[in-house]
Ligand binder design. Structure first.
Ligand code: C2E
Ligand code: CA
Ligand code: CA
Length: 745
């Protein structure tokens, strides 16, 4: 899960936790309050029951005392009369069968002996068959020793005891001190009956209380019997009474051989407590539920926002295509691709010129055009990716390659015709590199590098489409080795120059020599100049290398001039990157200015690949070089991009016809005509024309006939080391060449 998302949910969990904690604290607080109020309720109810019972007993005892005075002389009617006179004062229901009887109850002697004379005492409740009801006997030991009892309706007694003293959930048990049950409001009448018939009226109370005995001893230091023998009250918790956990208040009334236990069942305490915290719990649940949905919504929005951002990060806003960087993440980490794939990279050549000439809007429209074009061909399972600038990648399984490759070729062909982009019509030069390989054995990133190489090769070799091969790879490895050693080579002065003579064809006189660089690397051996110059240009080292080579050339030339004692020119090759460097003029002044060599003997050769947009700048540099007296030569004339109009715009003194035009002049009429025209243009523009790569006398012948100023080539000499060129010049070793018939149709 994403970190932010995780944090949001952690915050939610923390909030839930805090709210639950708060609820818990509030519940504990509520419980505390509730429990102390329960305790005080229990004490209150217990005290009321006790005082109510005792009050009735005292009143009963007053009646008994009245009866006692003349007990033996009274018959039942008189007793009833006395009773009915006083009965109102004790609140028993007169008609509910409150009864006086004598001798109906059997008391064992021992029990009776324990009862003090003229004293009221209570006996266990029982079912009075004569009256057909449950009764509680309240008895009295008359002064004569006899015992008389009132049988009070048990329900009456219950009503009496609980009136005003009953709080919901509180029940009372009244028992004789020898554990006979008098009243138990935990039980209804039926339960009471079943206990009675099972002769358990004594049993359960005794049993229950016996279990309390030990803890009583622990709590107050008295056994139960000791407790009951004295006038004690004590409340204690969590005792099982009648099968339920109960908070108990126990009091003994030794005067009447009674004890009273009042209990609040925990289930009731809890029920009440829960009804109090019910609201809080509901509130917490409600709060957390609302919170959950809020967080969920927030999380959803957040996630959507994140995914949107991620999408934007991964996709190019202009074309909607996956970016190269994102594609590496996707295809290497998220959904690694495997199997044999075709990777194509397509690049619009000189795209920056389109941007500059027609504006970025047109550039954008063009990128969209290309992207849409490719999208038509690239459907699942093919992927389209945009690299920075005008480069696109297509990745498709090998099985699709027969669709993709023709599509690319078609695109390359189609854009050569003018296509409408916005308001303008453009002809494009698009190059493509292709790599086919198994992405299970080579990483996606490596594959991208390979296709980069293939594209680079296509551009370098000016071909539409180049397919990557192992050989390309080797070349690239070689290039990177060269790149690595180049600095070192310059620092260790591993470079030297060789010189090729330029001859005036009519006279055979030496007009100049061209300096050509050589590198014998200690590590790699001989490396052709085209290779290391190219790498030096790519890596920017050309500036250092150029300074080194110019210095060598100037020093050599001084030596050559001194040792030959002739006047001829030295042509030095310069890269366009040197011309474009800020320090170029300074470097020239520094190296050549102080050499003492007259600038007019120096020709600076620049290849024709001058870009149109750099023309103004180059022109300025060339003018400054002109001012200093140097000659400027346009090398490889006819192979690059320059137009004829450039020739008139730039301050150029010389053009060099490229070897490729010379190669076939003796056999091919078009080539011949081309060279002838170049020579005519040179004449028109008053430029010196040098032809290079002359290997055959008939080539030299043609050039001579058409007034080429100077020719250079193996026919006269290969480029020679300094000492050899000195010897060459001194011996004037220029071969007499025979005049051959020109072999063209
Ligand atoms: P470039 O300036 O066009 O030089 C002419 C190339 O043609 C030289 O190759 C030369 O050896 C070769 N050549 C001359 N005559 C003949 C011929 O009759 N037959 C054949 N097959 N080749 C002939 P090289 O020396 O290998 O140089 C290749 C290129 O490297 C040069 O082409 C130039 O562009 C570049 N280069 C060489 N030295 C320098 C340098 O010092 N600075 C710069 N910037 N570039 C240099
Ligand atoms: Ca040259
Ligand atoms: Ca050349």
């Amino acid at each position: 899960m994403h970190r932010l998302r995780k944090n949001v949910w952690l915050l939610f969990i923390a909030t839930v936790f805090v709210s639950i904690l708060l609820t818990f604290v509030m519940s504990v607080y509520t419980w505390d309050k509730h429990f102390s109020s329960i305790k005080s309720d229990l004490n209150h109810a217990h005290a009321l029951t006790k005082s109510y019972l005792l009050e009735k007993i005292v009143k009963m005892s007053e009646i008994f005392q009245l009866l006692d005075k003349s007990y033996n002389n009274r018959n039942q009617d008189q007793i009833n009369l006395i009773f009915s006179t006083f009965i109102d004062t004790i609140d028993f229901d007169r008609n509910a069968g409150t009864n006086f009887f004598q001798g109906h109850l059997t008391f064992d002697r021992e029990f009776l002996d324990k009862q003090k004379p003229e004293q009221v005492f209570l006996k266990n409740s029982f079912y009075y068959t004569t009256q057909k009801q449950w009764v509680t006997p309240i008895c009295y030991r008359f002064s004569e020793g006899d015992v008389g009892c009132f049988a009070i309706d048990l329900e009456d007694l219950t009503t009496l005891l609980t009136r005003g003293a009953r709080t919901t959930g509180i029940n009372h048990v009244i028992s004789t001190s020898d554990y006979w049950l008098i009243h138990n409001s935990f039980f209804d009448k039926d339960q009471f009956a079943s206990l009675y018939s099972a002769n358990m009226m004594k049993g359960p109370i005794a049993k229950t209380l016996a279990s309390h005995s030990k803890s009583l001893k622990e709590e107050i230091g008295l056994s139960l019997d000791e407790f009951l023998a004295g006038e004690n009250s004590h409340s204690y918790q969590q005792r099982v009474l009648n099968g339920e956990h109960t908070l108990i208040m126990l009091s003994s009334v030794p005067t009447y051989n009674l004890f009273i236990a009042s209990g609040y069942t925990y289930s009731e305490i809890w029920r009440q407590f829960l009804s109090y915290i019910y609201g809080i719990v509901l509130l917490t649940i409600g709060f957390n539920t609302v919170l959950f949905f809020l967080f969920k919504r927030y999380d959803k929005l957040n996630e959507k926002h994140r995914l949107d951002l991620e999408y934007k990060n991964k996709h190019d806003s202009l074309t909607g295509l996956l970016t190269r960087r994102a594609s590496e993440q996707v295809f290497m980490e998220e959904h690694p691709i495997s199997g044999t794939y075709v990777l194509a990279e397509i690049s619009i050549n000189k795209f920056h010129l389109i941007n500059e000439r027609f504006g970025h809007h047109t550039g954008d429209l063009l990128l969209q055009y290309i992207s849409n074009y490719l999208k038509n061909y690239c459907t699942n399972p093919c992927y389209l990716i945009r690299d920075i600038g005008p480069d696109f990648f297509i990745i498709s399984p090998d099985s699709e390659s027969d669709k993709i490759e023709p599509a690319i070729e078609q695109l390359l062909e189609e854009v050569k015709k003018p296509i409408a982009i916005g308001d303008v019509k453009l002809r494009l030069n698009i190059k493509a590199g292709i790599f086919k390989g198994n992405l299970s054995s080579i990483s996606y990133r490596e594959a991208l590098k390979c296709v980069d190489l293939a594209l680079w090769k296509a551009k370098k070799e000016q071909i539409n489409l180049y397919t990557y091969t192992e050989e390309t790879h080797e070349q690239v490895i070689q290039r990177s080795r060269i790149r690595e050693l180049l600095d070192d080579g310059i620092a260790k002065h591993e470079f030297h120059l060789v010189y090729q003579p330029q001859i005036e064809p009519n006279t055979g006189v030496l007009t100049g020599i061209e300096a050509l660089a050589r590198w014998n690397s200690t590590e790699l051996g001989f490396i052709p100049p085209l290779q290391f110059i190219d790498i030096a240009e790519e890596s920017g080292l050309i500036l250092d290398l150029g300074r080194e080579l110019t210095t060598i050339a100037i020093n050599d030339f001084k030596d050559i001039l001194a040792k030959t004692n002739k006047e001829f020119t030295l042509s030095i090759n310069f890269s366009i990157y040197q011309f474009l460097s800020d320090t170029f003029l300074n470097d020239i002044d520094e190296i050549i200015g102080n050499s003492g060599i007259p600038p007019k003997l120096l020709t600076l050769e620049i290849t024709e690949s001058i870009f149109v947009e750099e023309l103004a700048y180059i022109k300025n540099i060339l003018l400054q070089l002109h001012e200093r007296g140097f000659h400027i030569s346009l090398d490889d004339f006819g192979t690059g991009y320059s137009s004829l109009s450039m020739l008139s715009k730039l301050p150029i003194d010389e053009i060099k016809i490229d070897k490729s035009f010379i190669d076939n002049i003796q056999h091919s009429r078009p080539d011949y005509l081309l060279v002838r025209n170049i020579l005519a243009i040179g004449k028109t523009l008053d430029l010196k024309v040098v032809a290079e790569g002359i290997e055959h006398t008939d080539q030299a012948d043609i050039l001579q006939r058409h007034h080429c100023h100077s020719i250079q080539g193996y026919l006269y000499s290969k480029p020679l080391p300094k000492e050899e060129i000195i010897a060459f010049i001194n011996k004037n070793k220029i071969q007499e060449y025979k005049k051959y018939k020109i072999k063209y149709k």
